[in-house]
Design a protein around this ligand. Structure first.
Ligand SMILES: NC(=O)c1ccc[n+]([C@@H]2O[C@H](COP(=O)([O-])OP(=O)(O)OC[C@H]3O[C@@H](n4cnc5c(N)ncnc54)[C@H](O)[C@@H]3O)[C@@H](O)[C@H]2O)c1
Length: 211
């Protein structure tokens, strides 16, 4: 399995360059993927879902139950002819249920997963970096970074991802450099990147001999 972690700008750049340079018709034909994080048509995951389906993929959409009530995911689901399975990405029970239902829906393993999830409680509540609430910080890390590990661990235990499958997480340059306004999300992204490296090792060398 390939473990990839992209800055969203890079992801879009790659898509654009590829689209201009190559015939990308149906490059995802026969592929099955789960897309986390489409809330409304401003979400990165929304656009990725549309492009995946345009390229021939079959997808499952998922988001937190509360976000599904606020968002417009059902209209995307209709457009993409995709089922929506609610899952709080911080809940192992929800994740297991999501992967089991998705494999049942696809009739087999999953070829790709997009983790497009992020949220900072301290940023939302306008807390300065020099005055952070640590309970909120833990929630931020759980949603924005630890959910990535939980997702990969759930897939590992269920043997849910195909050989040569792909996992994509979205990071930001603030994981590596100081962007003061990004606040605790910088540490979330650093943690997310570290999980990608470490779990990438296990997927590359582990008992499943996946690439
Ligand atoms: N928009 C940008 O410019 C930008 C830049 C760098 C990185 N990113 C990253 O890209 C990803 C997507 O961001 P976006 O801009 O599309 O924002 P967005 O708010 O549309 O997407 C975030 C998603 O996370 C979901 N989410 C929150 N808590 C959840 C939970 N407990 N379980 C499951 N889902 C949950 C939200 O419902 C939402 O759909 C995030 O990881 C973000 O940090 C975005």
């Amino acid at each position: 399995m390939f473990l990839k972690i992209f800055h969203p700008g890079t992801l879009f750049y790659l898509c654009r360059v590829k689209k201009l340079s190559f015939d990308m018709t149906n490059i995802l034909s026969g592929k099955k993927g789960i897309i986390f994080g489409a809330l409304d048509n401003q979400s990165i995951a929304w656009k990725v879902a549309e492009r995946c389906v345009e390229e021939g993929a079959q997808i499952v959409l998922t988001n937190a139950p509360v976000a599904m009530r606020m968002g417009e995911i059902n209209s995307l689901a209709e457009k993409c002819k995709a089922p929506v399975f609610a899952a709080d990405a911080t809940s192992l029970e929800d994740l297991e249920n999501l992967f089991r239902k998705s494999m049942e829906h696809f009739g087999g393993k999953v070829d790709f997963v997009l983790h497009s999830i992020g949220m900072s409680v301290n940023v939302r509540k306008g807390k300065a970096y020099t005055d952070l609430n640590y309970e909120w910080m833990q929630k931020t890390f759980d949603v924005s970074a630890i959910s990535f590990h939980k997702m990969m661990q759930t897939m590992w235990k269920l043997d849910a991802i195909s050989d040569w499958g792909s996992v994509v997480g979205l990071t930001y340059i603030a994981a590596q450099r100081v962007f003061p306004d990004y606040s605790e999300m910088a540490e979330s992204k650093a943690l997310l990147e570290s999980f990608a490296r470490s779990f990438g090792y296990h997927y590359g060398n582990g008992k499943k001999s996946a690439r």
